[in-house]
Design a protein around this ligand. Sequence first.
Ligand SMILES: NC(=O)CC[C@H](N)C(=O)O
Length: 331
Amino acid sequence: QKLPNVMILATGGTIAGTGATSTTTVGYTAAKIGVEALIDAVPELKKVANVKGEQVFQIASENMNNDYWLKLSKRVNTLLAQDDVDGIVITHGTDTIEETAYFLDLTVHSKKPVVIVGAMRPSTAISADGPINLYNAVLLAGSKEAIGKGVLVTLNDQINAGREVTKTNTSTLDTFKTPELGLLGYIQGSKPFFYRQSTRKHTADSEFDISKMDTLPQVDIVYGYANMNPIALNAFVAAGAKGIIHAGVGDGSLNNTVAPSLTEARNKGVVIVRSSRVGQGIVARNGEADDDKLDFVVSDTLNAQKARILLMLALTKTTDTKQIQKYFYEY
Ligand SMILES: NC(=O)CC[C@H](N)C(=O)O
């Protein structure tokens, strides 16, 4: 039986982390060991795929930025265009895995599997989760089942969709979840099992193309809270933000000390997206604000960090808020 060719692109994170002792599970160093060492630590990979590794960069993912995303997405597109690559695994720090997953979901143009994987314990820890997670990721990236499902995230034997997955716990192994909408499936006994898939456009159907881009528009996030003031919002706008994600309280509600500054920003051409700090549910258009009159956009079910990604990509195509709103309902 012919094994699939799976390329492992390493970017750092705890999966490549090392600690002082086997019980060091906090205060370790992320992004220490290279891709060859990651592969060598799991000889079982060779039984399920022909694996090759490439170190794209080596960072703790709190340092993720638009430049790294553009580089990674371009590399993934180039590799997937090759006949000798069947799927891609990306090893990644867990802090921003959900953002990278959604960015690639929108900018990789292929039906071939792309699987992002991380770990919550460094490679040196007792019961490190990196090796089994990497094994599962390679298995998934080489599987027929993962074709056309969009960018996937796997840790803890579970498969989640790039659009929906979020980190829900600072430290436990079962941190990655898609609350309410639910995970896509499991990996058990060296087999992936899928039960659902996202209805939103992604990968091969995505119209966002970053192949010729070196920068992305500035979009910042303003967090909602009681006694909120517009200082951060005004500073972002003064610094040249082209878009603002307002992670409002509740259903994206606007504090009355901040609403006038949002209107002012919109009048200057800044695109305002009302999202929510709640994390679940739809932000209703014309619900907590008259979006038609204010010319604001709502984030649908995207959390603020994912809404930021879609707005950046939307702004590479248009500043028309009707079209941008359409994207938020389609992707
Ligand atoms: N568990 C982790 O991967 C967290 C380590 C680090 N903060 C990162 O995101 O890269």
